[in-house]
Design a protein around this ligand. Structure first.
Ligand code: ASP
Ligand code: ASP
Length: 334
């Protein structure tokens, strides 16, 4: 386990302007012994590696609260390559990289030509020559980060590829759930909605089951089809079965841009059958929290009241996003 003891912190009392903690104060460095050059999905991580990432994020969160800056990424040039719209993920990676002392550049990816894998690789090769050392890649094509990792020598962090994977979202969700529940071991987590088109769901299935949870899925039949065989995963026919005694419930955004609209007759009908509100949530354990990766289709997957209620962890997910991404970047730092 990482020994990032408080001794370094106590030697550097943060002043009003914050304080820079340098590499030797963190012993061993967070990336020591980390076996992976890239973060493409969470399925590449063992349970011990998942736990190490979450523990490091907790450490990062505390250091951020104390307004300490770390220079773990000094000398790294982190390129943000977002070929699909994003606000919170892009901003949280940017804040995370800056908090660790990296130079951050927005990569001029031509969004109109990114559907061709070849132009993506060409762009990344050019960027590599300019000195970029890590690329945070968001792409509409499932598998794009894998192609990138094979083609260029820079380290790649997958910030969401098509409907395939969104590893940092799954890690921050696991962190948020672990904070709320104490552990994921033996917990029942319900994920409701558009599982089939959701990279968030797919990465969450890996992370949550690896951390010992059982995951129940519910949603329109064509959106949950094919998930039956996953270890640790149950597909419920009825919303109530997925929610019954759940320790936590996660709603997903309907991925209208990925032609998800065809899976339900109308959004109104979706809400009538699968939308989360306080009454339906009564089937879950008392005080079971609700999550949503954002952005919500307002009032569709979850009522505005429930999203704003004290059972909602949506705000905590955003806060944890920065700390979790700091941890991921620190683990990949050289
Ligand atoms: N797509 C959402 C946003 O732009 C969240 C994300 O980036 O992952 O805020
Ligand atoms: N923000 C998440 C993503 O980019 C979830 C979503 O957009 O539905 O995948």
């Amino acid at each position: 386990m990482l020994d990032m003891s408080d001794s370094a912190a106590s030697r550097h009392r943060p002043s009003a302007g914050g304080v820079v903690i340098s590499w030797p104060d963190l012993d061993p460095s967070p990336s020591a012994g980390w076996a992976h050059r890239h973060l493409l999905d969470v399925d590449q991580l063992t349970r011990a590696e998942l736990e190490r990432s979450l523990d490091l994020a907790v450490e990062m969160r505390e250091r951020r609260i104390r307004r300490e800056s770390l220079d773990l990424l000094r000398g790294e040039v982190v390129g943000l390559a977002f070929c699909e719209p994003s606000t919170r993920t892009r901003v949280s990676f940017e804040l995370a990289a800056e908090a660790l002392g990296a130079q951050v550049v927005e990569l001029p990816i031509d969004v109109s030509s990114v559907t061709k894998g070849e132009s993506l690789v060409d762009t990344l090769r050019t960027l590599e020559r300019t000195g970029v050392t890590m690329v945070i890649l968001r792409h509409s094509m499932s598998g794009a980060p894998y192609l990138a990792a094979r083609s260029v020598a820079v380290r790649i962090v997958n910030a969401g590829d098509g409907s395939h994977a969104h590893p940092t979202q799954a890690l921050l969700d696991a962190l948020t759930l672990r904070d709320a529940l104490g552990t994921l071991d033996g917990k029942k987590i319900a994920i409701i909605g558009d599982i089939g088109h959701s990279r968030v769901a797919r990465s969450n299935l890996h992370a949550l089951t690896a951390l010992g949870a059982s995951v129940w899925l519910a949603g329109p039949p064509s959106w949950v089809r094919g998930f039956d065989g996953w270890p640790g995963v149950q597909v419920a026919d009825r919303l109530q079965d997925a929610l019954a005694d759940a320790d936590a419930v996660m709603a997903l955004r309907i991925q209208l841009e990925r032609e998800a609209g065809g899976g339900v007759p109308s959004l109104r009908e979706y809400t009538a059958r699968w939308g989360l509100d306080a009454d339906r949530l009564a089937a879950a354990r008392p005080a079971a929290p609700v999550l949503h990766p954002g952005p919500t289709n307002e009032g569709v997957e979850i009522t505005a009241d429930l999203a704003a209620s004290e059972r909602s962890l949506i705000g905590a997910q955003v806060v944890n996003g920065v700390a979790m991404r700091m941890a991921v970047l620190a683990l990949l730092a050289r």
